[in-house]
Design a protein around this ligand. Structure first.
Ligand code: UGA
Length: 316
């Protein structure tokens, strides 16, 4: 198959590119290489993708020539976007609307005019739920985002569904629940924690640390993407991709104390606006339709991320 991955230099994007190439697919990747987090990490991600079968285009989805990029493409994996729940307030919101909503709409228009297209997989987010009605949260539960970021991800998800309904674009939205693992973004909790541990700094916890997350290992998320592309589902479908952990941030610190050789020093600060108290997704629907279930335990995944953090951040 020929696949387009948007956001290919990012955490999930480059991991997915490696998986597709290892299975013999052809990959075209696009990324704007924005400086939201350390650009050298993105360059290293790109460098880790094998050259054979891979073509990279450095461009912004809002002005790239999408027609030529999509020529002959069967699978689109739309991973690009402006991430970060806690930074989406104030004047930065414009960055979120452009990168998450406008860019998705532009890609959907181009997808509409791509006869070879078989699937359009969109990387949505558990942040669309906000503080959900119940746990584990089901895809049919009412989304009520708590952050402007969550609003932008939900708006783009609605765009996918309405392009499916009106024009038959074969979209599938995957609601990722806090993805972690080697290569995780440097603004996210586990990379921040592990970087602090291996450099001897203090970990900062926002709030009491009692907030609960359903953490999902990156290889499981990549597997959900591949299944969403290869297995038929109704256009406009939405699936939770949740690791099934339901653990507090303090609970994660306990695991880190067991697996890390270095001391774990922690300080607590006030909570940050936009942070939900709890996430937890039902995986019944994705198991039934895509036969997906998480394969990695949190401890296995954290050990892998710790090894990566030691190689990436430990002082020489
Ligand atoms: C993450 C991603 O950043 C979003 O892009 C994604 O859409 C979202 O998951 C999702 O699943 O929908 P978040 O759950 O906030 O958002 O992920 P982390 O940055 O890993 O934070 C997890 C928890 O640790 C949060 O409660 C956060 O406040 C806390 N945290 C984070 C700290 O206590 N200290 C830190 O230094 C960083």
């Amino acid at each position: 198959m020929k696949a387009l991955i948007t956001g290919v230099a990012g955490f999930v994007g480059h991991t997915l590119a490696r998986r597709l190439l290892s299975e013999g697919h052809e990959v075209v990747g696009i990324d704007a290489i924005t400086d939201y987090y350390d650009v050298s990490i993105k360059r290293a991600n790109l460098a880790s993708i094998p050259a054979d079968g891979f073509r990279f285009v450095e461009a912004d989805l809002n002005d790239a020539d999408l027609g030529s990029l999509l020529d002959g493409v069967q699978w689109i994996f739309h991973q690009a976007g402006q991430p970060g729940v806690r930074k989406s307030w104030g004047s930065d919101f414009g960055i979120y609307t452009l990168a998450n909503i406008n860019a998705t709409q532009r890609l959907l228009e181009a997808a509409r005019n791509t006869p070879s297209l078989e699937r359009f997989v969109y990387a949505s987010s558990s942040s669309v739920y906000g503080n959900a009605e119940r746990y584990p949260t089901e895809e049919t539960d009412r989304p009520q985002p708590m952050s402007p970021y969550g609003v932008s991800k939900l708006a783009a998800e609605h765009l996918c569904t309405l392009y499916a309904e009106n024009f038959g674009v074969p979209t599938v939205s995957l609601r990722y629940f806090t993805v972690y693992g080697p290569g995780q973004r440097t603004d996210m909790a586990f990379t921040r924690f592990l970087r602090a541990i291996v450099t001897g700094d203090k970990i900062t916890i926002y709030g009491t640390g009692e907030q609960i997350r359903d953490f999902t290992f990156v290889h499981d998320v990549v597997d959900a993407n591949v299944r969403a592309a290869a297995i038929d589902s109704t256009p406009g479908s939405v699936f939770n991709v949740a690791g099934g952990t339901s653990i507090s941030v303090n609970g994660v610190l306990d695991i880190l104390r067991e697996i890390c050789a270095e001391p774990v020093n922690v300080e607590y600060r006030e909570p940050v606006a936009g942070d939900v108290f709890r996430t937890g997704g039902s995986t019944d629907r994705i198991t039934e339709t895509l036969r997906w279930a998480p394969q990695f335990t949190l401890e296995e995944g954290l050990r892998a991320q710790y090894e990566w953090a030691r190689k990436t951040f430990a002082p020489a």
